[in-house]
Design a protein around this ligand. Structure first.
Ligand SMILES: [Zn+2]
Length: 343
């Protein structure tokens, strides 16, 4: 049995986005009640620490950090139409990134084997110098950089299965061979980036892997792509740590997306990534919550991922699927850089 660290905190509800915003405090409320009732032995709850401004600056410009910090003096501010903030948003964003760093420290010091930071606001759209798409600071990107600077790791995998493309994370490491960024995302869709041909540049060419997915696809299509493209690419990269930007807005009941992944599907994706972590990264795997706006779908999906993190299902066979040869253009692009199984 594996030990799993969980970070969640009532203070993640303090970032107020206004009435009717999908990225709302109640998401954390739903997950707090889930965690209080989640009984699997081997789980350990951690209180998050605040990230320091220096840690935020691992990815973001000081001017951007200053602009977000300045919103603490305002009753209300909006970075764009999607990204309103309140006077507690800066502190909550520091706690969100700090929540992931808390999980990473617990894994690296072997207090736990893996972990899940259940935090908000999300982060993967945040660019070096810009808040956007509900995101203020890019916690996953900061976490990847933190693992390299603080613990000397050389190869970090960031798998982003949120419905949306993680433009901010992609751009943070676009010419950097030390981070493999892999994203599945509905396409074309917000934020517009994430075409198959976006593969990185310079030293990082080939280390960005985009799988743009049409509306309507679900568990079997995802499993085929994970087994046929994502798993072989990740194993060849040989990561020392597996970070998951875990959004659940690809869930079939999510109000923002057009994809049809179920909670069981997210569990299968987690199992495949946990196997990669087991075989290449000493089991080290951390997930951070990104999107996911149907509260019931969010809760059930998080339970499936936490169950997989317990390790007892790792050796169970995956569901039998009939491969359909999906995304041949993506595979043709990726074959320039990686060995993929023949079809
Ligand atoms: Zn999303």
């Amino acid at each position: 049995m594996l030990r799993t660290g969980i970070v969640i905190d009532t203070r993640y509800q303090d970032h107020y986005t206004g009435r009717n915003h999908p990225e709302r405090p109640g998401r954390i409320g739903a997950l707090l009640s889930l965690v209080e009732n989640y009984q699997r032995p081997g789980t350990k709850r951690f209180d998050p620490r605040l990230a320091t401004p220096e840690e935020i600056a691992l990815i973001h410009d000081p001017a951007h950090i200053g602009r977000v910090a300045a919103t603490a003096e305002k009753d209300y501010f909006a970075f764009d139409a999607d990204t309103p903030v309140s006077n507690q948003s800066y502190a909550t964003a520091l706690l969100a990134t700090g929540g992931l760093l808390t999980v990473l420290e617990a894994i690296m010091t072997r207090e736990v084997d893996n972990g899940f930071a259940l935090v908000r606001p999300p982060g993967h759209h945040a660019e070096r110098n810009r808040a956007m798409g509900f995101c203020l600071f890019n916690s996953a990107a900061i976490g990847a950089q933190f693992l390299r600077e603080q613990f000397g790791l050389k190869r970090i995998l960031v798998m982003d299965w949120d419905l949306h493309h993680g433009n901010g994370t992609q751009h943070s490491f676009y010419d950097d061979p030390g981070v493999l960024y892999v994203s599945t995302h509905q396409y074309p869709y917000y934020p517009g980036t994430g075409a198959a041909e976006e593969v990185g540049r310079g030293q990082g060419e080939g280390q960005t892997v985009n799988l743009p997915i049409p509306a309507g696809w679900g568990d079997t299509e995802y499993q085929e792509l994970f087994q046929g493209v994502i798993e072989p690419v990740c194993r060849q990269f040989n990561p020392e740590f597996v970070l998951i930007s875990a959004g659940f807005d690809a869930h079939t009941r999510d109000p923002l997306g057009g994809l049809e992944v179920t909670e069981e599907g997210f569990g299968i994706m987690a199992r495949i990534l946990l196997r990669v972590a087991r075989d290449h990264a000493q089991g080290r795997c951390a997930a951070i919550l990104e999107g996911g706006y149907d509260l019931d779908g969010l809760q059930k999906s998080v339970v499936h991922v936490l169950d997989e993190m317990g390790g007892e299902t790792l050796t169970q066979a995956l569901p039998q699927i009939e491969p359909r040869g999906l995304l041949p253009r993506v595979k043709a692009v990726q074959r320039q850089y990686w060995e993929l199984p023949k079809e």
